[in-house]
Design a protein around this ligand. Structure first.
Ligand SMILES: NC(=O)c1ccc[n+]([C@@H]2O[C@H](COP(=O)([O-])OP(=O)(O)OC[C@H]3O[C@@H](n4cnc5c(N)ncnc54)[C@H](OP(=O)(O)O)[C@@H]3O)[C@@H](O)[C@H]2O)c1
Length: 335
């Protein structure tokens, strides 16, 4: 199997590295400093499965034109703000790709891909696996879930290409599932990300030393979290879905949906207390982007909920406020 990753930063390097380690022929298209470091020393991955250095089955290039040969799968993994530029730079790859997917946090990604390549080549994909580019040549893998990635045909049918990719990810230690409801999984992941990211960037960043746990254990922090999550869930449910907690153990959407406001606040404070007792200090990547002074994916993540809420006649004032605050900050953050 040959896989090309367009935009190998944190997540793309982790996924590409693990796939290469299990014999998949992987090409990473990445920034020059990362490519140079990989060519010199291999790709170093640290984190949840210890440390490894990968050289075998791994090619790193700085441009799509240098990615040689035919690929079974092309995975788009630039940040959403870079999608158009990355696709424009990769037109030479188009006829050399059988199947294309994106693991970005952008609900419109499949439509964008289907405008770029033959629509039938595009499949749906969602992951919660966590990867951060620590420095050129070194990615850290800090998050995984019981099932960490989902793949599916956008029309809900089953297919061999989805099955093969699911098996390759699972063999690589990224436990995955082939599903017939990938559009629902996409919206549920977006609900989860919008909730955790929107909450953290509107609560914590004024004090750079704070982590998720530091805010959620405080009553007012938990109240803001529950209010934001219940508003996001109102849109998700109005689309015809019921929360499933696809990304267990991180998903708590089912609980927050079924509990009253006060019960959900109490339960969220309990999560904070548990995180504190177990020294779980993590941040959402949107919070990290903000702390690094980098433009966030706030527009792509919150806008779809605001548009859908308007369409469906729902009121989501807290989500709208978070989006407005982030739009101001994004205006000044660097691209
Ligand atoms: N990381 C996670 O844990 C995680 C989990 C689930 C989903 N996601 C989603 O996955 C996407 C990628 O996230 P990420 O954290 O991996 O981002 P990232 O670390 O910023 O990786 C993207 C990489 O692509 C590079 N890039 C941009 N345009 C390029 C081009 N035309 N050619 C080659 N390289 C290019 C970027 O370089 P520059 O930085 O120089 O622009 C960056 O190194 C996002 O949509 C994110 O929401 C991430």
């Amino acid at each position: 199997m040959r896989i090309c990753i367009l935009g190998a930063g944190g997540l793309g390097s982790v996924i590409g590295g693990y796939l290469a380690r299990t014999g998949v022929d992987v090409t990473l298209i990445a920034r020059p400093a990362h490519v140079d470091a990989i060519r010199r020393n291999g790709l170093r991955i640290t984190g949840r499965v210890g440390e490894c250095s990968i050289r075998e089955n791994l090619t790193a290039v700085t441009s799509a034109d240098d990615a040689e040969g035919h690929f079974d799968y092309l995975i788009l993994l630039v940040k959403t703000k870079d999608t158009e530029r990355a696709l424009e730079s990769a037109t030479g790859l188009r006829p050399r790709v059988d199947t294309m997917l994106s693991l970005q946090n952008d609900p419109l990604r499949a439509d964008k891909l289907r405008r770029w390549i033959e629509p039938w080549k595009v499949i749906g994909a969602v992951t919660i696996e966590g990867g951060t580019l620590v420095e050129p040549g070194h990615a850290d893998n800090h998050v995984t879930a019981t099932t960490t990635a989902y793949f599916g045909e956008l029309d809900g049918t089953e297919s061999l290409r989805v099955q093969r990719l699911t098996e390759a990810f699972t063999r690589a230690g990224l436990k995955s599932a082939a599903v017939t409801n990938i559009v629902q999984v996409t919206w549920e992941k977006l609900t989860q990300i919008a909730s955790a990211s929107g909450w953290s960037v509107s609560t914590l960043p004024a004090i750079p030393a704070l982590y998720f746990v530091d805010g959620i254990k405080i009553r007012e922090g938990a109240e803001h979290y529950v209010q934001l999550t219940k508003e996001l869930l109102s849109v998700y449910k109005a689309l015809g879905y019921q929360p499933q907690n696809f990304f267990s153990p991180f998903s708590r959407l089912k609980e927050i949906d079924s509990l009253s406001f006060d019960e959900a606040v109490q339960s969220s404070i309990g999560v904070g207390t548990y995180m504190e007792a177990n020294n779980m200090r993590s941040r959402t990547s949107m919070h990290d982007d903000l702390l690094r002074g980098r433009k966030t994916e706030a527009e792509e993540i919150f806008r779809p909920f605001i548009d859908k809420a308007a369409e469906l006649g729902l009121s989501i004032p807290t989500v709208t406020a978070v989006h407005r605050v982030m739009a101001v900050l994004n205006h000044y953050l660097k691209d």
